[in-house]
Design a protein around this ligand. Sequence first.
Ligand SMILES: [Fe+2]
Length: 400
Amino acid sequence: MTVPLTHAPAAAPGITVRPVPCPPSVGKRVRDERFGVVVSGIDDINNLTKDEFAAVERLLYTHGFVVFEDVDLTPAGQYALTRAFDPAADEYGHGKVGRPDPKSILHPDLRNIPGTPVQLIGNGVVTDEHILQGLQGPCKLRHPSHQSFHKTQVSDEDSAKGFTRFYRWHIDAALYERDPPKVTTLYGLQMPQAKVNTVRYDDGTGDELAVPLGGTAFVSGKIMFDILPAELKSLAVRTRVRYSPHPYAWMAPAKARSTGLGMISEGKEMPDEDLPPWKEEHVKTLPVCWKNPVTGQLHFQVHPSGIKELLIDPLPSSATRTDSTLYPDGAHLTDLVEVRELMYRMQRPGIAPELVYTVDWKPRDLALFHNRGVLHSITGAFAEDEVRACESRQSSPRHL
Ligand SMILES: [Fe+2]
């Protein structure tokens, strides 16, 4: 799974790197790890030199995400930059056609820019031709809202006051037939400025987090792993996740937890026979822990909404068993309630408010993130007339 990198210099000439600006909510751990950097000094963002790309690639895997401020990126440039991370992958992360299956919960959220695998996402009516890039205008976008996805909702009254939730913590991945893209690029085009929302976790902890309206929230999968107690670390490295066939169709009738971190088990998932046609060979079983190709460190990378079963290897004979060792003889967990509760116990600490970094988008900002090393979620309670537009691109290989 570890992929050799281009021979990268420590830095390319002219490139400068600084930490992302951290609001007070960001805790010491995230700051000390230097999660997220701002990179400047690239000559032409649409056409990186070999040395520039090698430096950016190394920075991305080292810091989890990389932001370029105020750059003029074309859809072709975005395609080229994203593809450079994985030249063998030339499709959007959810497949060739540019939009997921109509039964998928993702279907209404994506608009394909003609002639490219780039998707336009956002909210409100977009009329600017520079943004539409060949899409028929005016184009009405819909910012996904927790109101339709979560089991419970923030009241309309509180929404109007700016309270919101994390929509859905996820990896960008079809989780069926295709493997998770290495990198996603997000290019901000138009968004409201200087408005603040408050994310409520609504899980009884009282946790809250101030976020810029429409900000994209990130957590580090490395930190999510590092903060686990020893018995859960041991379990994480021994566990693989089997995702549902067509997980976004499967989960569509079900509802999510108030933290956006996985689903509530009420037996509402779409039965296998109602899913779009699927083949056993395309069902994905992926590790819980992914090794970073630059640092060698482990990242806890699970898309909690699509998980169906857990396959746990026994503790190696060389390892010491204690009273707290979990599943020392291994297990194959198929009870959805047990599967989800165990995964939530491992992932919830990693989205604590002080561990979340939320990108405060400005027009022409470009963010690249390590999709096999971080989890992300959109946030935001948008009014119907508030316009936000971003272009998103992932490259998804069919096989690791
Ligand atoms: Fe995403």
